[in-house]
Write a protein that binds this ligand. Structure first.
Ligand code: ADP
Length: 323
């Protein structure tokens, strides 16, 4: 019987556990023996590899994070440690490896798959930032967006009761995707993302006019990449003359009970990845696009820059316009 292992690498996302559950159930159904690797690439190097069964995944579907832990492994960038990882996989007679992670993890996967020859690797894009090229969706995004939505809805209650401005900083590395979608779906008055230049003078003109017309509070959603959250709050106080507060959501965005959408996507990503692994003899990343699920070469995913779709960016541009 062929053996298939799974590991989580880089930042955790909600619904990794849902993938683990489907991975074990579907592998067994397909006649494979499932293995877990604890601690990501560090676990491969340290031989933290063990056979998994139904009891390992019982009841985990509803929790965020990952039961098999994740890691950022400096050692994995060193070919000597990757050789150790390959030797450990071969000792366990592992034929296939599924990697959950972001583009960094896939660059690591590219290296080890080139070096290990016979082992086939399949990647599942997992990052709340939704910033992986080649796929429209990454696991964890919907749960993160819903978490942000709850936070902003709560903040709005206070903003409207006290007549204040709140500047909410959204985590998302270099990508403004989460910031933009959160701003649009929570009715924010201001949205600052790295993809679009912003014009504070235009905002000032609009906000002053809106205050005259009866607006009593403001919600500003700002991307962490701009590194100017406090500055924006100071600007609102000084230029728009409204008391302002900063909220940094940070890692609150990452965890929590996975949404139905993320659980379902986890199910599909795991299924498609195992089906592809059994068909293909080359390593790949599973992607989700308008054509549905498909697999792509690792280099077409891990080494390209992702962009926000034009139709969303168009909406972002409306934000700064003076009306
Ligand atoms: P993400 O996968 O979320 O983008 P990182 O960029 O931190 O997260 O990458 C996760 C891990 O992938 C790193 O800690 C490292 O172990 C591995 N990795 C990243 N880039 C490379 C590379 N060029 N070569 C080998 N391993 C890499």
């Amino acid at each position: 019987m062929k053996k298939i292992a799974i590991l989580c690498s880089g930042g955790d996302v909600s619904s990794m556990n849902a993938v683990l559950k489907r991975f074990v159930d579907y592998s067994i159904a397909k006649g494979l023996i499932p293995y877990f690797v604890n601690n990501g690439y560090d676990g491969l190097i340290d031989n933290n590899i063990y056979k998994a069964g139904y009891s390992d995944v019982a009841g985990i579907i509803s929790s965020g994070g990952t039961k098999i832990r994740s890691s950022r492994s400096k050692r994995f960038k060193d070919i000597g440690y990757r050789k150790q990882a390959i030797s450990n996989l071969k000792d366990h007679c592992i034929d296939y490896v599924v990697v959950l992670g972001g583009d960094g993890s896939f660059r690591g996967m590219q290296e080890i798959s080139n070096e290990s020859e016979s082992i086939v690797f399949g990647g599942i894009p997992s990052t709340i930032d939704n910033d992986i090229a080649g796929t429209n969706y990454c696991l964890g995004v919907d749960t993160a967006l819903n978490g942000i939505k709850y936070a902003i809805d709560s903040i709005r209650d206070t903003a409207s009761s006290l007549g204040r401005a709140f500047v909410v900083e959204i985590m998302g590395r270099e990508s403004g995707y989460l910031t933009l979608v959160s701003a649009l779906t929570s009715g924010a008055e201001m949205c600052l993302i790295p993809e679009i230049p912003h014009n504070l003078d235009a905002y000032k003109k609009r906000f002053k006019k809106e205050i005259k017309q009866g607006r009593e509070y403001f919600i500003a959603i700002v991307s962490e990449a701009l590194n100017n959250t406090q500055e924006v709050a100071n600007w609102l106080e000084k230029e728009v003359n409204i008391e302002s507060r900063v909220i940094i959501l940070g890692h609150v965005q990452r965890g929590g009970n996975p949404t139905v959408y993320d659980r379902l996507m986890a199910f599909h990503f795991a299924t498609h990845t195992i089906d592809t692994i059994l068909k293909e003899h080359k390593s790949f990343v599973t992607c989700y696009n308008s054509r549905g699920f498909e697999h792509k070469k690792i280099e077409d995913v891990a080494f390209k820059k992702s962009t926000i779709k034009d139709e969303l960016l168009k909406l972002a541009m409306e934000y700064g316009d003076s009306k």
